[in-house]
Design a protein around this ligand. Structure first.
Ligand SMILES: [Zn+2]
Length: 104
């Protein structure tokens, strides 16, 4: 194969500024998408004993259900769950858009 020789002119295309802008736009778009994902992520659970739906909306937002069997904590940063029995709790699955048992 013949080796391709790249001239300085080819290295710096006329539309360099446009390419740079495209990359910047793409980076911003990615950052926005990531932020959006973070907002959408829901830390929500349902108690199968009392039927109460609880949601932790911030890091130190500790929420307990009416009967006190379960709790959620951690907001959008992390998910901390509490329960007596694993069958006492169902967690919100954002993808499926419904509550799912913690263990099948
Ligand atoms: Zn409960």
């Amino acid at each position: 194969m013949k080796k391709k020789v790249v001239t300085e002119k080819e290295l710096k295309p006329k539309n360099w500024a446009a390419i740079t802008k495209q990359v910047t736009d793409l980076t911003e778009k990615m950052a926005k998408t990531q932020n959006k994902k973070k907002e959408v992520w829901v830390n929500r659970a349902r108690c199968t004993i009392c039927g109460d739906v609880i949601e932790s909306k911030s890091v130190h937002d500790f929420v307990q259900c009416e009967c006190g069997k379960i709790f959620v904590d951690g907001g959008h940063e992390y998910r901390r769950l509490g329960f007596e029995k694993v069958t006492d709790i169902e967690v919100w699955d954002s993808k499926a858009g419904k509550f799912k048992p913690l263990k099948n």
